[in-house]
Design a protein around this ligand. Structure first.
Ligand SMILES: NC(=O)c1ccc[n+]([C@@H]2O[C@H](COP(=O)([O-])OP(=O)(O)OC[C@H]3O[C@@H](n4cnc5c(N)ncnc54)[C@H](OP(=O)(O)O)[C@@H]3O)[C@@H](O)[C@H]2O)c1
Length: 327
């Protein structure tokens, strides 16, 4: 199935945001975590995404410790009015101290972090600004209050949260409208379906599933080559040699359905996510990450794949059977 057979439907960002393509592009792997990147191919992938109707491009200040934002800057400049650039604050790691994974939600940290991101991205305003992780050492009111100030100052257009609970989402939304919630959601990781998804639906928040391909596991190709030393997945339990066989047996279910439909397992994983978000009536814009044009085209084309109820039923038990935590 090729991209030529698909067009991206439009989804509204939050309650007052723009209409955007129903699948975005995760840019994290272009700078860190998943092994070496061919920079020219990654840039070509960004350009191809725009031509395919992808609107939302996802980064964070901690991806490559700032270098991912810098990498995206020329691309953002060239397409400023056509794209939504989303970035995040919260982790304190620096180039001097890249292994410092502490989280800071203090207003003074947020005010300094946004200026660093604006500079690295080379923009005057960030479209969507997420709190990457929440720490309860800072009252939510203080952090959301500081984020809301950034909107008033014109440094940020819309606010987002990542990996928060339904209660935190509701509390934050009562202080300032939250346009987007980013959380892990895939056929292997479905924890948010019970409480978080209904809260997002009720509040009109757009859900942005991250790692929708299970960090590559759901594509059936994660182990095509040995993971290199700089690939963070070597340390993730679902990729461990102990769990690999059991998890690959689950991936085989996706492969079976994919073969019947003339699609790829990655497409089945994404199509399942779109079907599931329709079933749960939540506005959803997954952000699969890739650095390769052919994979991007394949992922975008997943939008036009439809599921029978038997196929949905066949995938239902997978999340409960997966071995190991995601990270
Ligand atoms: N908020 C958070 O805490 C958080 C956490 C994690 C990620 N994120 C965001 O979510 C984005 C996506 O998540 P992710 O990158 O972790 O995982 P993902 O999208 O589930 O999977 C990405 C992996 O799948 C591979 N891949 C992509 N399409 C493929 C295809 N069609 N066939 C075979 N392999 C394919 C990619 O390799 P290639 O790149 O080599 O194609 C990469 O290794 C990130 O880029 C980041 O922006 C946010």
């Amino acid at each position: 199935m090729t991209s030529e057979t698909s067009a991206l439907p439009q989804i509204q960002l939050g309650q007052n945001g723009p209409m955007i393509g129903s699948q975005g592009l995760g840019c994290m792997g272009m700078s860190e975590f998943y092994g070496a990147t061919d920079e020219a191919e990654a840039r070509a992938t960004l350009e191809r995404a725009v031509t395919l109707g992808v609107t939302m491009f996802d980064t964070a200040d901690m991806y490559g410790v700032g270098t991912n934002e810098e990498f995206l800057a020329p691309f953002v400049k060239n397409h400023r009015d056509r794209i939504v650039i989303a970035t995040k604050f919260g982790y304190t790691r620096t180039l001097e101290n890249p292994d410092d994974w502490s989280i800071d939600n203090r207003p003074e940290f947020i005010r300094a972090a946004v200026d660093r991101s604006l500079k690295r991205l080379g923009v005057e305003v960030i479209d969507l600004y997420y709190m990457h992780r929440r720490t309860d050492t800072v009252p939510l009111e203080d952090s959301i209050g500081a984020m809301a100030e950034l909107v008033t100052l014109g440094k940020v257009k819309w606010l987002g949260l990542s990996a928060v609970t339904a209660a935190e989402l509701r509390a934050a939304h009562a202080i300032h409208p939250i346009a987007a919630l980013q959380s892990e959601w895939s056929v292997f990781t479905r924890d948010i379906e019970k409480e978080v998804v209904p809260a997002a639906t009720e509040l009109g928040v757009t859900l942005v599933p991250y790692s929708p391909l299970g960090r590559g596991l759901l594509t059936g190709q994660a182990f095509a080559n040995a993971l290199t030393g700089d690939d963070a997945r070597r340390n993730f339990p679902r990729f461990s040699s102990q769990n690999r066989e059991a998890n690959n047996r689950l991936v085989a279910k996706l492969e079976e359905i994919a073969a019947k439909k003339g699609a790829s397992p990655a497409q089945i994983a994404l199509a399942w996510l779109h079907a599931q978000s329709q079933r749960l009536s939540v506005k959803t814009v997954p952000i699969p990450g890739t650095r390769k044009r052919n994979r991007l085209e394949e992922n975008v084309a997943a939008i036009s794949i439809e599921f029978t109820s038997q196929e949905v039923d066949a995938l239902e038990p997978l999340a409960a059977s997966v071995q190991g935590t995601a990270v």
